[in-house]
Design a binder for this molecule. Structure first.
Ligand SMILES: C[S@@+](CC[C@H](N)C(=O)[O-])C[C@H]1O[C@@H](n2cnc3c(N)ncnc32)[C@H](O)[C@@H]1O
Length: 309
């Protein structure tokens, strides 16, 4: 079987679904259904009027998930869209308060393994990196058209890359001779840097992918919608794969689980802020050594869970 036909192996699957599904007749959202690994486990637990709204930006992912979840088709609604507009998606599907939402962020192994998607520095393909057709700008436009200082900022902020400035310079010099067309052109322009050149490549590709798909803005937007969409006792489960995502989730949880947020210098509370969520995980849940040994992609996973008060 060609490598890109492998299923994506769901990460922290039992822990995530255990934390998510607290009533089997509830309405759930898998906002990043991918190959449907988590969704299948959610569906196995549903009974009565239990339903699942399965969302992905990638039409191919939805097709595969629909295939995998065929035996549960009477209880699953598939939607191709970004989860950033989750309030509209829930309303359009005429679903009431949500019992639980799962976000398994980033790209799937299948997307990474498809050279023509351009997500991986390990294989030759166009510099694309779009997760779905709702995204207009491919990564090639960014590397070939953005001003050098903006490229440097992108690699520094979204890639946390220490060599950001010199990589931007080198891409700029390379593209003034000829535009970069393939991932190999990009890898060559980035060059070998520091003691772990692979890490640099991974960080630069990550930064581009985040920008192309507006990943952090989508996450922050949807987190703002979560408390209003969840029913009382409803669960939010987020699995993230890099520190920028995890930091956003952590900051949101801190904010939503505390009362007064007035500065300490104010003698009496003026903000009237009330907590709407309760943290179920005090610390991020990480995969076991055994899971990492079986699925290296799970290595960086961090899961956080919160409950609607
Ligand atoms: C890590 S994979 C999910 C894998 C899935 N849990 C499984 O078990 O197969 C992430 C998926 O989320 C999708 N995705 C990422 N950001 C999205 C967004 N803003 N809206 C909708 N789908 C998104 C990607 O296209 C990808 O298919």
């Amino acid at each position: 079987m060609p490598e890109h036909y492998r299923w994506h192996v769901p990460v922290l699957a039992d822990q995530a679904v255990e934390a998510l599904v607290w009533r089997n007749d509830g309405t759930y959202v898998d906002a990043t259904v991918g190959d449907g690994g988590h969704a299948e486990k959610i569906c196995e637990r549903l009974a009565g009027g239990g339903r699942l709204l399965a969302i992905d930006r990638d039409p191919e992912a939805l097709e595969r998930a629909a295939d995998r979840l065929n035996q549960y088709k009477d209880r699953v609604i598939f939607v191709r869209a970004s989860f950033a507009r989750l309030d509209e998606l829930v309303e359009n599907a005429k679903l009431g308060p949500i019992s639980g939402m799962l976000f398994d962020l980033g790209v799937s192994s299948r997307q990474l393994d498809q050279p023509e998607r351009g997500f991986s520095y390990r294989s030759e393909g166009p510099i694309d990196m779009r997760m779905g057709p709702d995204t207009e700008t491919a990564a090639a436009t960014i590397v070939n058209e953005w001003p050098e200082p903006e490229l440097a900022r992108l690699f520094r902020v979204f890639g946390e890359e220490p060599h950001a400035k010199s990589i931007a310079r080198s891409i700029f010099q390379r593209r003034s001779r000829r535009p970069l067309a393939t991932t190999s052109d990009l890898v060559e322009a980035i060059g070998r840097r520091g003691t772990h050149p692979e890490k640099t490549l991974s960080r630069v590709f990550q930064a581009l992918r985040i920008a192309v798909n507006d990943e952090l803005a989508s996450l922050n937007r949807v987190l703002g919608l979560v408390p209003d969409l969840l029913e009382r006792g409803g669960r939010l489960v987020v699995i993230s794969y890099h520190s920028l995502e995890d930091r956003s989730v952590k900051a949101w949880m801190r904010m939503e689980t505390q009362g007064c947020i007035c500065p300490p210098t104010v003698p009496e509370c003026r903000c009237g802020h009330v907590p709407r969520m309760r943290a179920i995980t005090r610390r991020a849940v990480m995969p076991t050594a055994e899971e990492i040994a079986g699925n290296s992609r799970s290595r960086s996973a961090r899961m956080r869970v919160a409950e609607r008060l």
